[in-house]
Design a protein around this ligand. Structure first.
Ligand code: ADP
Ligand code: ADP
Length: 229
């Protein structure tokens, strides 16, 4: 069964449609890149998966569970879905290491030592083993975004969602963040990425969706997508 399934999903902001009849599946282990023009609904689409946005009708299933069903524990839902935003959204008053241990301790009940070991390993993996005690404002944008990725991974979620993770970065820092994402992809992480980085899409994605006016208009492999005449 798919890890995530959209069934006839519709969403409006007021009376303006933002998602129209979305029927799609995302499978474990795949890297999906969602592309399309500004305003086509990409950000809205991924924000409905962890209920940062409500939907008007249809269902979104994560491991078979309806994530929009009334009464669902929102904290538990979001604890199980890694989300990396355009803006890094780190806790500014916490050190890098603490940014990555807080949720695993509070929400997963990890002991302090285990949370610290896990976070340290992940921060080493994203190239920030030397910045454990820094505060976010002492880091570059690229470093902050790598902390945000490590923080998401510390919850060991089955899927990571990325909403334009490099769009707020200075150009020279884009590559270091994409390299981390590529490393995760190689490792078999399930990833849904809204990004305009077509090089990343061509090289790393297993599949692409092309959105326009709230619909998924086209689904393709990068090979097919980028070789279209
Ligand atoms: P994309 O990520 O492809 O740029 P969005 O999902 O951000 O597209 O937006 C889809 C449409 O919904 C756009 O027309 C946008 O203006 C509108 N929209 C997005 N967020 C809101 C909101 N909070 N309130 C009203 N309209 C919104
Ligand atoms: P993104 O595409 O990453 O959502 P935007 O710049 O489109 O970035 O939106 C930034 C914020 O403004 C988001 O919270 C979005 O929901 C909101 N927003 C976007 N479009 C509209 C709109 N037409 N009316 C009201 N809020 C909007």
């Amino acid at each position: 069964p798919p890890l995530i399934e959209f069934q006839q999903v519709h969403k409006r902001y007021g009376d303006q449609p933002a998602l129209v009849d979305i029927n799609e599946q995302i499978h474990a282990g795949e890297v999906l890149v969602v592309c399309g023009p500004s305003g086509s609904g990409k950000s809205t689409l991924i924000r409905t998966i962890n209920r940062l946005e409500p939907i008007q009708s249809g269902r979104i299933l994560l491991k078979g569970q309806d994530v929009h069903r009334p009464g669902l524990d929102l904290n538990a839902l979001r604890a199980g879905i890694g989300f990396v935003f355009q803006q890094f959204n780190l806790f500014p008053h916490l050190k890098v290491l603490e940014n990555c241990t807080l949720a695993p301790q509070r929400l997963l009940g990890l002991g302090a030592d285990e949370a610290r070991d896990r976070a340290t390993q992940l921060l080493q993996r994203v190239g920030l083993g030397h910045k454990l005690d820094a505060r976010p404002d002492q880091l570059s944008g690229g470093q902050q975004q790598r902390v945000a990725i490590a923080r998401a991974l510390a919850m060991q979620p089955p899927v990571l969602l990325f909403d334009e993770p490099t769009s707020a970065l200075d150009p020279e820092m884009v590559g270091e963040v994409l390299a981390v994402m590529q490393d995760l992809a190689r490792d078999g992480m399930t990833m849904v990425c809204v990004t305009h980085e077509m090089g990343f899409a061509a090289e790393v994605a297993d599949r692409l969706w092309f959105m326009d006016a709230g619909r998924v208009l086209e689904r393709a492999t990068p090979q097919a997508f980028f070789s279209d005449p």
